[in-house]
Ligand binder design. Structure first.
Ligand code: B12
Ligand code: SF4
Length: 476
């Protein structure tokens, strides 16, 4: 069968701003394609790469004429997917339209329409293969695990009913042959890079494990993975990394080192195979403090940079968010990683209730840190979680899902919205000024420096103009 897998292009300026720094492979679509028998003709259409996404979509439909179209998407892309599905239905009324991904998992009811034929929740490989098998035999789609056929009963909306993640050993190898690896690049952070080393190398995204054992109150991951961390078989990860064309690997785990034994085995296996790549990983301050030798080992095999959720500049906020760490612990982890030569990406969150003083506290705190790459989001519970239900009566817009990019406040801000957006943008600018390669005056190719300047401007503008995504009466 002819199968088209589509990743939509976001509309929110804040997300597009972030994309100026990182545009990563559509890994989820590679997994789905990898799960299908080889006789199908599968294509990936990543609309993030298109200047005119509607045109690119219509052209592909007209030339390829898929019989099955699969859409992936985050919550802020839900409406965009529905619009694309309508266009696909009009152009190819006989094509079957399937949706999956994060929004389909947390809010499947949003996709209950006449022109969507199946909604897949949770991990999609096995359900998607079953759907394609059934469609090939012209059979109905009812009764498949984790597949909802619109028009039939929707499952309960609480996280208890979310599908469990399967054993990662049963998952296929993602098909990276379906896209051009050179199109996917991310700004590469490190404490020091050799002179003239490019700042935006081609990057492959690899997942070594699923889930996290922690239960930070703001995070959706514990719900998605039922509180479990499940690593992949070491050999399959090593084979996948060895086979990627890119020299730079961005891990898309939730926490790369939380299972120490697995992380040791993986590092040793990569070293034994003589694989020399550069890595970016996600971890916690508590893990770094607990396992410095493990981090040193990873540094030895190529870990350039690690993501740490600093979240807040005060212990009171960290306690409230059940982060299980402290401000001094974050600083200790930062110091320890820097001494190993590993750069830190520190992620912070602001709250809609933030006042001028709170922003000032965060700004001063970030300014006081040693060189570090920073990012900022607004603390926003995910649809489907108890925290979201608690917030729901206070939501001040009709289209909350369209604004759910963790950068738009969904409840009234204490400050006037335009002022909030301004201070948020200033915060982002303070953050970018601290980046290690900038502080250390890395000598980079001029074209890359230009790209950084452009990305920073776009990122800043995306934050500053965020208030325009709301009805005008909420601006001031
Ligand atoms: C890595 C990551 C990123 C990376 C890169 C993602 C990318 N490809 O561009 C970066 C850092 C750039 C990023 C950015 C953002 N991210 Co992010 N990210 C993640 C993370 C940690 C892993 C995602 C991933 O790659 N998984 C690996 C793939 C293989 O798995 P998957 O996407 O889940 O896909 C499987 C299933 O969902 C299903 N499936 C998916 N699509 C489809 C389609 C069909 C047809 C079918 C049948 C099945 C199916 O099968 C897939 C294969 O197993 C998740 C957390 C998590 N645990 O999921 C957050 C997460 C997805 N991100 C999130 C958000 C909000 C964002 C941002 C919008 C905000 C921000 N401030 O960071 C931005 C914008 C990204 C965008 N383009 O819109 C949220 C989404 C919440 C939601 N309800 O939508 C998550 C869940 C984090 C969170 N804690 O809330 N992210
Ligand atoms: S440690 Fe990270 S991934 Fe795990 S629950 Fe907390 S925020 Fe989520």
């Amino acid at each position: 069968m002819k199968i088209l897998l589509v990743k939509p292009k976001a509309r929110l300026g804040a997300v597009l701003g972030l994309q100026g720094f990182q545009l990563l492979e559509p890994l989820e679509l590679g997994y789905l394609a990898g799960a299908l028998p080889a006789h199908h003709d599968v294509r990936v259409l990543d609309l993030r790469l298109a200047r005119f996404e509607n045109l690119a979509f219509s052209r592909t439909l007209a030339h390829f004429r898929p019989e099955i179209i699969g859409f992936t998407g985050y919550t802020h892309e839900g409406s965009i997917i529905k619009e694309l599905a309508v266009r696909a239905h009009r152009a190819l009324p006989r094509a079957k339209i399937i949706v999956g991904g994060h929004h389909a998992t947390v809010a499947p009811e949003d996709f209950e329409t006449d022109y969507i034929h199946a909604i897949v929740r949770g991990e999609g490989c096995r359900p998607f293969r079953s759907i394609v098998d059934r469609l090939e035999k012209k059979a109905a789609l009812d009764g498949l695990a984790n597949v909802i056929v619109p028009g039939t009963t929707m499952p309960a909306a609480d996280p208890e009913s979310w599908p469990e993640f399967p054993d990662p050993a049963t998952l296929p190898t993602p098909r990276r042959d379906l896209w051009d690896p050179n199109r996917y690049r991310a700004v590469w952070t490190a404490e020091h890079l050799p002179k003239w080393e490019p700042l935006f190398p081609p990057v492959s995204m690899v997942r070594t494990s699923w889930g996290c054992k922690m239960k930070c109150s703001f995070c959706i991951v514990p719900f998605l993975c039922a509180g479990k961390h499940q690593p992949r078989p070491v050999e399959s990860v090593v084979d996948e990394i060895a086979s990627t064309a890119a020299n730079h690997i961005y891990f898309s785990d939730d926490e790369n080192f939380i299972d120490e034994a697995f992380a040791w085995r993986l590092a040793e296996a990569l070293e034994a195979r003589g694989i020399k790549k550069r890595y970016f990983a996600w971890t916690r301050s508590t893990t770094v403090i607990r396992s410095p030798e493990l981090l040193k080992m990873w540094r030895r095999i190529g870990l350039d940079s690690a993501f740490l959720g600093f979240e807040f500049p005060t212990n009171e906020e960290l306690r409230k968010a059940k982060k299980g760490g402290t401000v001094s612990g974050n600083e200790q982890a930062l110091d320890s990683l820097r001494r190993m030569g590993i750069a830190v990406h520190a992620a912070f969150m602001v709250q809609p209730e933030y006042t001028e003083d709170d922003f000032s506290t965060l700004r001063k705190y970030v300014e006081s840190l040693p060189p570090v790459q920073c990012s900022f989001t607004v603390c926003t519970p995910s649809p489907g979680t108890p925290d979201y239900e608690e917030m729901r009566p206070k939501i001040w817009v009709d289209n909350a899902h369209d604004l759910h990019d963790c950068m738009h406040p969904l409840i009234p801000t204490e400050l006037p919205l335009r002022r909030f957006a301004h201070l948020f943008a200033v915060q982002a600018a303070v953050g970018t000024s601290k980046t290690p390669l900038r502080v250390n005056h890395h000598v980079a190719p001029p074209v890359d420096l230009l790209r950084v300047v452009r990305a920073e401007r776009r990122y800043y503008r995306g934050f500053k103009n965020m208030y325009r995504d709301y009805p005008q009466d909420l601006w001031d």
